[in-house]
Ligand binder design. Structure first.
Ligand SMILES: Cc1ncc(COP(=O)(O)O)c(C=O)c1O
Length: 690
């Protein structure tokens, strides 16, 4: 076990009292750490009263006995953020007892609640409250509130005179389990008093220790917090019930029924689901959605890890990472921390003739991952514009070289590069973009094959500016995949014909087990487009990486040769700061481990479906998995919307690409959620007519 976290229902719940009792009972087994202290330091008290325990220095200590963020502000200091505190967890040989401060919903920083930190600790939680009047309501409210963030206590401790009624009620409403009463010592606190009370309460204290041991041996020790579960019940208007399997509930946990337990009244925040939908439908035009679509949009009011929480109380697993953007998980604490930290000093600034540290650092990080030295990064704000920039740079490059006749681009069948005009021209999907055909510039599409590219380039010598390809996985057309060897062969044909190669990594970036999919083929594209996961999906940002050869053609004082392109929000500082943190995270191995874990899961559970009747193909690469069903209709296959509805009813958000049902979940997705996604995909095959 690597320890646990003590959380109080509120500021004076008795967290330190509990720490003292527990540490006195198990002095040789735990270390103690309170990361942030205000007022009289609890760590000094613990050191004095339980001298056998190693007490680690807090990361921050503030004088005023008020909320840490306020105390920090009063002293003109900065309150450490979630990532900073998590990074400061002391390395110990014994399990660590971490004591939090205030209540779980008290502010950590101006915009961050302490529950975010508790969640980020990723350790079992012991919830402490006073047994004084109101214990039941206080405890259940806290259990429900932290449950909404995916945190469940392994034990609940009532400090004070025993209250069997409170224990009975709390057990009843949380599903039973480790609800424990501990007498708190009265009067002067000394080592002797603590020793006496601890001896009297040893039985109860041991129950807590057993509950923790059980949690660890049950595998929760990896400390993935329990997911908030989908409740497929109608709820009273204006209320949502968060329900989670509780470790207090024994095997399988318990689920709240509507009207039972605590409901969060959301109407005060304006979250009436029907009202939201009505207002949406009379004002908003949604992407890739008919204005006459009979299906209402899903009103999402909160998101965390792989979950989307809806205004009507349901929780869905975001199995498509919100259009392939979310990389680690929704509101990934280090990224949110980077955002709030950056927002303390900057908002948006123009990027022409101006620069800022987040953009500089991000450019350095991106170029360090590029296949050449000495390139440059051009920022924009979405995948389509990253592509648009690449196409324009490619053509202007040839113009600077005196080859302005290279007005042709080569894309590939099933390619998709975005919805702006240049991106449409090279994607050229007849269903999506056929209407605009008369307005699109010259581009041809060839099958994903080196031989076909060879024919095309031989047929148009000196006319082609660039070839553009989504390396390894063509996403929007249904996760069509090719091998690294095929990618390499295509690249070599382009180079043999002296044509630029654009790797559109907008979707594939960080999804295939390498930062860039083209790395699998060991090739050196001239231009690399990145967006979606660049910021971990938290904020819109895009980058086009240009090779030194391209850059050299623009290194001129001739102002007519400027690359005349730029968007108002180019290199938005907040987005860059988040992207920097994301790319620093990618320097570790965590994300590769998760990619391997998820890919192995797909291989075990989805690959065997290849032999199922009705299945045309199963394709897997990294965290991406797709099942192509044997039905006609392509993107408009009638089964697509039916699968989506089925999935929603199972608590999973899928967006089939016509006859292709695919998933690409965030890296944090738990084993339990992966199972649900797989089961839902299998069930979707069963929708096929027999
Ligand atoms: C490969 C690829 N390129 C470009 C884009 C366009 O990105 P955006 O939707 O951010 O404009 C997408 C979007 O899905 C994509 O998959």
């Amino acid at each position: 076990m690597n320890g646990f976290v003590i959380v109080g229902t509120d500021t004076d719940a008795g967290k330190t009292t509990f720490s003292l009792l527990f540490l006195t009972a198990f002095a040789d087994q735990f270390d103690y750490w309170k990361p942030v202290e205000t007022g009289d330091p609890d760590s000094l008290r613990v050191r004095r009263l339980v001298p056998g325990v190693t007490v680690h220095e807090p990361l921050a200590r503030f004088h005023d006995p008020v909320a840490p963020s306020l105390a920090a502000r009063r002293e003109g200091k900065t309150m450490p953020g979630v990532a900073e505190i998590v990074a400061a967890i002391p390395t110990t040989s014994k399990p660590l007892l971490i004591e939090t401060f205030g209540g779980p919903l008290s502010p950590l920083m101006d915009d961050v609640l302490q529950i975010e930190l508790i969640r980020a600790f990723n350790r079992p939680v012991v919830l402490v409250t006073s047994s004084a009047v109101g214990a039941v309501g206080r405890t259940l409210a806290t259990v429900k509130a932290i449950g909404a963030f995916g945190v469940q206590p392994v034990a609940i401790v009532l400090l004070g005179p025993p209250d069997p009624f409170a224990v009975e009620q709390i057990e009843k409403h949380t599903g039973g389990g480790s609800v424990i009463c501990l007498q708190a010592p009265d009067g002067e606190w000394t080592e002797d008093v603590l020793a006496r009370v601890t001896a009297e309460e040893r039985g109860e204290l041991s129950r807590i220790s057993e509950a923790l041991d059980k949690t660890f041996s049950a595998g929760v020790a990896k400390n993935t917090p329990h997911p908030v579960h989908f409740v497929n019940h109608p709820l009273p208007q204006g209320q949502r019930v968060f329900s989670s399997p509780s470790p207090l509930a024994g095997e399988g946990g318990s689920r709240s029924e509507p009207g039972e337990g605590l409901a969060f009244n959301t109407s005060s925040k304006g979250y009436e689901p029907l009202e939201l939908i009505k207002r949406d439908r009379s004002t908003i035009w949604h992407p890739y959605t008919s204005l006459a679509d009979p299906n209402d949009p899903l009103p999402v009011i909160a998101a965390d890890r792989e979950f989307l929480h809806l205004a009507d109380g349901r929780t869905l697993i975001d199995a498509v990472s919100s259009w392939w953007t979310i990389l680690h998980g929704h509101r990934h604490p280090p990224l949110m921390d980077a955002l709030t930290t950056a927002a303390n000093t900057l908002d948006h600034v123009l990027f022409a003739g101006v620069t800022h540290p987040p953009a500089i650092e991000l450019a350095e990080l991106l170029l360090a991952s590029a296949p050449w030295a000495g390139g440059r990064v051009f920022f924009s704000d979405n995948g389509s514009t990253a592509v648009e920039v690449a196409l324009k740079m490619a053509y202007q490059f040839w113009c600077h070289r005196g080859e302005s006749d290279r007005t042709l681009f080569v894309g590939f069948e099933n390619g998709y590069h975005g919805d702006t005009f240049g991106a449409m021209a090279v994607g050229r999907d007849p269903l999506f973009f056929g209407t605009f055909e008369p307005l699109l510039f010259r581009a041809i599409q060839v099958p994903v094959s080196a031989v076909c590219l060879e024919v095309a380039l031989s047929t148009h010598p000196g006319q082609v500016a660039a070839v553009i390809l989504e390396p390894l996985v063509q996403g929007a057309s249904g996760m069509q995949m090719h091998t690294p060897a095929e990618l390499r062969a295509i690249f070599e044909v382009a180079k043999r014909h002296n044509v630029l190669f654009i790797a559109d990594e907008v979707m594939t970036g960080c999804r295939t087990g390498q930062r860039w999919a083209h790395q699998h083929a060991d090739i050196t594209p001239d231009l690399i487009c990145s967006a979606k996961t660049l910021t971990g999906g938290i904020l819109p940002l895009a980058a086009t990486l240009a090779s030194p050869e391209i850059v050299a053609e623009f290194q001129t004082l001739d102002r007519a040769k400027t690359f005349f392109h730029g968007h108002s929000f180019t290199a938005n500082p907040l987005a860059c700061a988040v992207a920097v943190r994301n790319w620093r995270l990618l320097a570790g191995d965590h994300w590769r481990t998760d990619t391997t874990r998820i890919e192995a899961f797909w291989q075990t559970h989805l690959a065997p479906l290849r032999d199922r009747t009705g299945v045309k193909d199963v394709r897997i690469r990294g965290t991406i998995a797709a099942i192509e069903l044997n039905v006609s209709g392509g993107y408009l296959a009638e089964i697509g919307p039916r699968i989506r509805q089925l999935a929603i009813s199972r608590g999973v958000l899928l967006r089939p690409l016509g006859s292709v049902v695919y998933t690409m979940p965030p890296l944090c997705t738990s084993e339990e959620s992966l199972h649900l996604i797989v089961q839902t995909m299998i069930d979707s095959i069963n929708l096929l007519p027999t």
